[in-house]
Design a protein around this ligand. Structure first.
Ligand code: GDP
Length: 591
């Protein structure tokens, strides 16, 4: 075969870095580096034009050809785990199966912790003196001579934290559903998380020992939520277990291996070392201890590691039994000593040749992550622009409403809107106020949260602010659907809100040459800013709204005046002040 022909690559007029990395079997970091070397700063989700892409292609050994057909060849890449893209650069011949990494999700009290313990004890402790295991956030069990890795912080928080940072939480989700309680809100939330991350789900139908257990009802509920049980001709394995009585554990592990075999869970043990941080803390005597899960390559003592925004040389490594190890291959969790500061759970790590390269990698990662954090968030207002730029292809929503009776029609009308070019994908809908979990799901999945007749609790607001997630609240259904429709058509006006900065009471009025008169006042609350807007209120009536023309403290022009201080305020086109008037200084902010 002609060598140059095999290296030709058809590309559309524009392509994201993420997609280009996949198409060229190169890591996104590599591509970002090539771009930086050519003076282009771009993040992983950014579109670059064909000409730029062609330059990058040349650097990584491909000849780019502009695709003649309009058909988008790279559109359906979807949410591919970051590390899977990292191994895209590996030689396929060197990829070998690695143990699947499992996380356990489910409603509170359905038995997640008990199940994790049951698995650990039946499989790990068997035949081992004492069988003492250390808690390092993950452990491995052996079943039919094959390893399975379990993350042992159950719950959505850990899983979403990883996804929110671009790492994959796990290869397979085991969804625990109590057979006596059935599908509950957090079960549905877990399904939404797993589906958004495109991770296969196995259901562990727990508490099967109880006389109230009703497996058929649970299966029906699962089917209603899109998980059709295998014995109903669907493709979701539903394994009856009793975590408490340690029944069905073997079947569950068997099921996990079956699902693992159906997915491509591979890595190159000799390749570039990449993985994610499971947890990390500071120990008074030993310094930073971090549990790392290797996803590709083999980590060794002495390696220089970059983990999130921290780095260091590995001084020692331990497995989950507390035994010293020298090396850790793919899917092998180890706690390591030697990092200089504490990385965050979900941070990616990789190795570097030297301290200097490590620091550079940290800086690049930091920059990529910052721009990615900004660019992956979508607000309704920006939706259309970002759609036009090719950055979004569907609008993902999380919908919360006060009662089921309003949720159903909202979902229906939103789905009805989904006929145009941009699809609406409702990741999760539930009754109840907007909580932190909703925000984390939105953040990890680039979704907007809409609420009908509900509130966002203060934690949710704080996290939304930090994660850049947009929350929209409504109390009229058609306003909600209308806004979404307008956003899809690019007609939504940004929402603005007024923020009061301060209040002052007028104590005296002075005449002034240019302005007619100036109010001598005392700031009684907040502060007055020169660039703020002003409102004059008399006996509860607004007399005037406009701009501040001058702000003085004693004889000086100032930019701001704080509570308790006196100032002179001049207002453009207004001079009719009276002692006792209340002045309000405010700004208009985009929501
Ligand atoms: P988590 O909140 O999902 O982690 O649930 P836990 O593992 O803490 O379990 C909640 C309760 O259910 C505890 O009282 C467990 O003893 C009980 N439980 C867990 N698994 C089983 C089971 O298989 N059968 C019965 N009867 N009780 C169980």
């Amino acid at each position: 075969m002609n060598e140059t022909l095999t290296n030709k690559l058809e590309l559309p007029a524009s392509v994201t870095i993420r997609d280009l990395a996949q198409l060229t079997n190169t890591s996104p970091i590599q591509i970002i580096k090539v771009l930086m070397a050519n003076g282009v700063m771009a993040n992983i989700n950014q579109q670059i034009d064909f000409d730029t892409a062609a330059v990058v292609c040349a650097e990584v050994g491909f000849e780019a050809i502009l695709a003649t057909s309009e058909e988008e060849k790279v559109s359906e890449v979807g949410e591919v785990p970051y590390w899977r893209q990292m191994i895209a650069g590996e030689d396929p011949a060197k990829l070998v199966n690695r143990p699947p990494v499992i996380t356990i999700l489910g409603h509170v009290d359905h038995g997640k912790t008990t199940l994790l313990d049951a698995i650990r004890h039946t499989e790990v402790a068997a035949g081992e003196a004492g069988g003492i295991t250390q808690h390092i956030g993950a452990y491995q069990v052996e079943h039919h001579n094959r390893q399975i890795t379990f993350l042992d912080t159950p719950g959505h928080a850990a899983f979403t934290a990883m996804r929110a940072r671009g790492a994959q939480g796990a290869d397979i989700v085991v969804l625990v559903v109590a057979a006596n309680d059935g599908v509950m809100p957090q079960t549905r939330e877990a399904i939404a998380h797993a589906k958004a991350a495109r991770v296969p789900i196995i259901v562990a139908m727990n508490k099967i020992d109880l006389s109230e257990a009703n497996p058929d009802l649970v299966k029906k509920q699962l089917a209603d939520n899109g998980l059709i049980p295998d014995d109903w001709d669907g493709d979701t394995l539903v394994v009856p277990v009793s975590a408490k009585k340690k029944m069905g554990i073997d079947d569950l592990l068997e099921g996990i291996l079956l699902v693992a075999d159906a997915s491509e869970i591979k890595a190159n043990p000799d390749g570039e070392v990449v993985g994610s941080v499971i947890e990390a803390e500071i120990d008074k005597t030993r310094g930073v201890i971090a549990t790392l899960l290797v996803q590709n390559g083999t980590l060794g003592v002495g390696d220089v590691v970059v983990a999130g925004e921290s780095c260091g040389k590995i001084k020692a490594m331990f497995d989950f039994k507390g035994r010293k190890v020298q090396k850790a291959g793919p899917s092998f969790p180890v706690s390591v000593l030697g990092l200089t500061n504490v990385p965050e759970a979900g941070d990616l790590f990789m190795t570097a040749e030297s301290d200097r390269e490590a620091r550079e990698k940290v800086a690049t990662l930091h920059a990529t992550r910052q721009s990615e954090a900004v660019s992956t968030k979508v607000t309704l207002e920006q939706l259309f622009e970002r759609y036009k730029a090719g950055e979004v292809k569907e609008l993902r929503l999380i919908v919360k409403a006060d009662v089921q009776g309003s949720l159903a029609p909202i979902i229906k009308s939103l789905n009805d809107l989904s006929s145009g070019d941009i699809k609406i994908n409702i990741l999760y809908s539930e009754t109840g106020n907007i909580g932190e979990n909703d925000i984390m799901l939105a953040s990890a999945s680039t979704a907007v949260v809409v609420g009908f007749n509900v509130e966002a609790d203060s934690n949710a607001r704080r996290v939304a602010e930090a994660e850049g997630v947009s929350i929209r609240l409504y109390n009229i259904i058609y306003r909600l659907t209308e806004d979404v429709e307008k956003a899809l058509k690019g007609m939504l006006e940004p929402e603005f809100k007024e923020v009061i900065l301060g209040q002052a009471v007028v104590q005296a009025v002075f005449s002034a040459k240019r302005l007619g008169s100036v109010a001598g006042c005392k700031v009684v609350k907040g502060e007055f800013r020169r660039n703020g807007k002003i409102r004059v209120v008399r006996d509860g009536q607004v007399m005037h709204e406009g701009e501040i023309a001058s702000l003085r403290h004693e004889k000086d022009d100032v930019q701001e005046v704080r509570t308790g201080f006196e100032c002179g305020v001049g207002v453009r086109n207004f001079s009719d002040f009276k002692a006792g008037d209340m002045l309000e200084c405010y700004t208009i902010e985009k929501q």
